[in-house]
Design a protein around this ligand. Structure first.
Ligand code: GLU
Length: 419
């Protein structure tokens, strides 16, 4: 991961450009530049060997103008406050683009969860939940899974919050297991959303899905589901990668075979081989010969240094912030079309919203209803962003920000500044 970029500064630059295109006055969007609240906590954990170790955690609430704050919690060794602030702001814009009645937030703990036992991870999660407890809740701020966090971790958050309130509060987190109020379709939602908007993009440019060559960075929850769904729809997945490196095959990889390998090898691609498959690095994956590149790992992956060598004609951002502002300019000059994260990966938070609605109304929806509504929302949002692209002759990224910021500025204006 490139560390010399500040994702929050990246976000501010894009925000500024979009606000100017909209013709907003500084007063209309000044408050959007700052997170409403930043909480930093120290999390003492009793390790299995009896030692006490203290981890650093954060919860940043960027905006509650359009509804409760919403956003995931990531566990990562290199996370810092600027990254969490940027991720929180992106959640605000994401929810506005797809018109969910939410603001945006993000949380993180500076830890490599692979170095912790399951017991240590549970104690860390429960203590972190206790530390951020005063500012979360179904009506204020609803966490969800993100990088390195999963349904089991969401279950510990739900249980800790519920025990301290004296009754079950499923609506405090989304991305839970179905058995405790999770929603059908949530686990696959982000990848499903990425596949829907990729299809819409190709349709707009009159390109058939069948045979379109795709390279995917990341084979976790987002990349793995995206790879499977696109493969099932007839795309040719020529490259995939994870932290251990990547594999490439010009004729198309056997995705079910790779999924079976990942399931049998602790979710790592390391050591995978098959006839005609070439081993490549992550940089080689990002610059590989393909039509559509789908980064589904971390932020700041497509940097200025490699943007000039990207061969894809389309980039669909499954991850949050995978392209730096500098790289974005190089790619746009080359005529590469980028579907931005705040639209492309919104499927996760859309089904999180369905989960929360089911929780607070104490009802359950069918999976088909969930997947159909997810698709409908994404197709509508894609269409609205496309209209702005055409009308203002801007990139998809600027158009998506314009859509988000116009909604946010309007909400702020209607509510006014307190007191
Ligand atoms: N972490 C996901 C994201 O970045 C999902 C957030 C949510 O469901 O609240 O969009």
């Amino acid at each position: 991961m490139a560390n010399n970029y500040n994702p929050y500064d990246n976000m501010l630059q894009v925000l500024e450009t979009a606000a100017q295109k909209l013709g907003l006055s500084r007063n209309d969007y000044e408050a959007i530049k700052y997170p409403e609240r930043e909480l930093k906590v120290s999390i003492p954990v009793k390790m299995d060997n009896g030692d006490i170790r203290v981890f650093e955690g954060y919860r940043v609430q960027h905006s509650s103008s359009r509804g409760p704050c919403k956003g995931g919690i990531r566990y990562h060794e290199e996370v810092d406050i600027d990254e969490v602030k940027a991720l929180a702001a992106w959640m605000t814009f994401k929810c506005a683009v797809v018109n969910l009645p939410y603001g945006g937030a993000k949380g993180a703990v500076k830890v490599d969860p692979k170095k912790l036992s399951r017991g240590e991870l549970e104690r860390l999660t429960r203590r972190f939940t206790t530390s951020i407890l005063p500012i979360i809740g179904p009506e204020k701020d609803i966490p969800a899974p993100d990088v390195n966090t999963d349904a089991e971790i969401m279950g510990w958050i739900m249980d800790t919050y519920s025990m301290l309130h004296g009754y079950a509060v499923p609506g405090v987190v989304t991305g839970k297991s179905i058995d405790i109020g999770g929603s059908l379709g949530r686990a696959e939602a982000t990848g499903r959303g990425v596949s829907v908007v990729t299809g819409e993009l190709l349709k707009h440019f009159n390109i058939p899905e069948k045979g379109t060559r795709v390279a995917i960075q990341g084979m976790g929850n987002v990349g793995g589901v995206t790879a499977r769904l696109l493969y099932e729809q007839g795309y040719k997945i020529v490259g995939v990668s994870d932290v251990s490196g990547g594999v490439y095959k010009a004729d198309g990889l056997d995705i079910p075979d790779i999924q079976a390998y990942l399931d049998a090898h602790k979710k790592t691609l390391e050591g995978y081989s098959a006839a005609g498959v070439k081993k490549i690095s992550n940089t080689e994956l990002l610059t590989s010969d393909c039509d559509v590149l789908i980064p589904c790992a971390l932020q700041n992956q497509i940097t200025e240094d490699i943007a000039g060598s990207v061969k894809a004609k389309y980039i669909v951002e499954g991850a949050n912030g995978p392209t730096t502002v500098e790289a974005d300019a190089v790619l746009s000059k080359k005529g590469i079309i980028i579907l931005p994260d705040i639209l492309a990966n919104a499927g996760g938070v859309i089904v999180s919203y369905f989960e929360w609605v089911q929780n607070i109304q104490e009802l359950t929806w069918e999976e088909s209803q969930i997947n159909d509504t997810l698709k409908k929302i994404l197709i509508r949002s894609f269409g609205q962003v496309l209209e702005i692209v055409k009308e203002h002759q801007v990139t998809f990224r600027i158009a998506a920000y314009m859509l988000a910021i116009s909604k946010l500025a309007k909400a702020k204006k209607i509510r006014g500044v307190f007191p």
